[in-house]
Design a protein around this ligand. Structure first.
Ligand SMILES: [Zn+2]
Ligand SMILES: [Zn+2]
Length: 179
């Protein structure tokens, strides 16, 4: 899949909106860009609000991602939105006549050299071994055993200062973390 990116370096685990043939990679934390509905590729640099029809794509310092429509119809889970709206993993977003799906939760396979190798799951305290599967918190990056992440559904990530509330992962494909 090709990516529409901001200046953010592409990573397979960056939050994204997946469309059929393309995707929008969310910006770096604290940044935003404008995505034109007419030619969403590439993002419009330096566009001012209201100058074009499309949407602003945000990612706050906390990691929360959001969108704001500008002159176009935008809906999340088929509900029209008119103000800045936070995106939640697995939600469907319809924009410019296309529907994509937001993904921020990834199931990862720990490989040699992974940052999470030998780190302990914050829930059960077991070390993540090579070949084990973890779910990474999209806001703080902490890795959890899938079952432990499941235990936190409806609760909060256990990292201090992280308020991400885990939900059932929408995507189950695993990704090898590159070192
Ligand atoms: Zn665990
Ligand atoms: Zn977290």
């Amino acid at each position: 899949m090709s990516d529409l990116t901001s200046k953010a370096p592409s990573s397979p685990t960056n939050p994204r909106i997946h469309f059929d043939e393309w995707g929008i990679q969310m910006p770096q934390r604290g940044e935003h860009f404008f995505c034109s509905a007419i030619s969403p590729w590439p993002p419009t640099e330096g566009a001012t609000y209201g100058a074009r029809d499309g949407m602003w794509v945000f990612r706050a310092e906390s990691g929360v991602c959001g969108v704001l429509p500008a002159g176009i119809a935008l809906s999340i889970e088929e509900k029209p939105v008119s103000s800045l709206s936070m995106l939640i993993d697995g939600q469907a977003l319809t924009f410019g006549g296309e529907t994509g799906r937001f993904q921020e939760i990834y199931t990862l396979k720990i490989t040699e050299g992974s940052r999470l190798l030998s780190r302990k799951c914050a829930f059960c305290n077991q070390e993540h071994a090579e070949g084990s599967i973890v779910i990474r918190c999209p806001w703080c990056g902490e890795g959890y055993c899938p079952a432990c992440w499941g235990e936190l559904i409806g609760e909060r990530c256990l990292t201090r200062n992280c308020s991400y509330s885990p939900r059932k992962p929408h995507y189950s494909k695993s990704i090898e973390i590159s070192p």
